[in-house]
Design a protein around this ligand. Structure first.
Ligand code: URA
Length: 228
C-alpha cells in the first residue's frame, strides 16, 4: 500500500472511532487532510463548529486566519498536511450555539493513536504543534508553548517538533496593536517552519527559492517512523 492508500485506510477506520465519548455528540470524525508527500504536518487542537459540519480541519475563522498567515509566510495550504490532536468536536450547547470545550488529557491520549499513525505514515520533515493541546499530544505530557516556541524541540519520545501558538489565540487578542504584533510573530514562526521544511515555494516573483528536497533524509524518515 502506498502512503495515500494507507492514509485513506486510516481515515476510514477513524470515521468509526468510538474510543472516547466525544463521537456521540459530534457530527463526524474530522481527519487530517493534505498531500501524501507533504513535508510539513500542522497539528491543531480539535475541529470547531464549522469543521464538525464540513468534515474538514481548519475551515472556520481560525482556519481562514491560518490560511492567510501560511500564504504570507510563502506556504501553500494545498502543499501541507493539516490535522488535529483530537478528531471530534467537543462542545457545550448554549441555546442554538455550540461552544468549544477544550479536550481533556484522557481524550487527548486516546486520540493520539490517530495522530501518531498519520505522522508515521506521512513521515514529514517538520511536525508543527499549533498550541498547547497539540504540543501535549505530541509530547505525551504537558509542554508549555511560551518557552518552546519558535524552535525545534526534541521530545523524549524521539519526535522533533516545532511549537507555536494556535491561530484562534490570535483571534482572541483584544487590543488591535497587540493582535497585529502577535499575527506578525506567528507569520515569522511559519517562515521558520518553511525554511526548516525545505519546501519548494514560489517567491512573489515566481521563482523557486529553496532546493527540491521536500521529504528529508531516508534516515530521518526512519527515525520518525520508529519513534512515532
Ligand atoms: N481549531 C483547531 O484546532 N482545529 C480546527 O480544525 C479548527 C479550529
Amino acid at each position: 500500500m502506498n502512503v495515500e492508500e494507507r492514509l485513506e485506510r486510516l481515515r476510514q477506520e477513524a470515521a468509526h472511532c468510538r474510543a472516547c465519548p466525544l463521537w456521540a455528540a459530534a457530527t463526524q470524525t474530522v481527519f487530517g487532510e493534505g498531500p501524501a508527500d507533504a513535508a510539513i504536518v500542522f497539528v491543531g487542537e480539535q475541529p470547531g463548529d464549522q469543521e464538525d459540519k464540513m468534515g474538514r480541519p481548519f475551515v472556520g475563522p481560525a482556519g481562514r486566519l491560518f490560511d492567510r498567515a501560511l500564504a504570507e509566510a510563502g506556504l501553500d495550504r494545498s502543499r501541507v498536511y493539516v490535522t488535529n490532536a483530537v478528531k471530534h468536536f467537543k462542545f457545550t450547547e448554549r441555546g442554538k450555539r455550540r461552544l468549544h470545550k477544550r479536550p481533556n488529557a484522557g481524550e487527548i491520549r486516546i486520540c493520539r493513536r490517530w495522530l501518531f499513525d498519520e505522522i508515521t505514515t506521512l513521515a514529514p520533515r517538520v511536525v508543527v504543534a499549533l498550541g498547547a493541546t497539540a504540543a501535549q499530544s505530541l509530547a505525551e505530557r504537558p509542554l508549555p508553548i511560551g518557552v518552546n516556541r519558535g524552535k525545534i524541540v526534541e521530545l523524549r519520545n524521539g519526535l522533533r517538533i516545532f511549537a507555536t501558538v494556535h491561530p484562534s489565540y490570535l483571534l482572541r487578542v483584544p487590543d488591535e496593536a497587540a493582535k497585529a504584533a502577535e499575527y506578525d510573530h506567528f507569520v515569522k514562526d511559519l517562515r521558520a517552519v518553511r525554511q526548516l521544511s525545505g519546501e519548494i515555494v514560489k517567491t512573489r516573483a515566481g521563482e523557486p527559492d529553496s532546493p527540491p528536497d521536500r521529504r528529508g533524509t531516508k534516515a530521518g524518515r526512519e527515525r520518525l517512523r520508529r519513534s512515532a
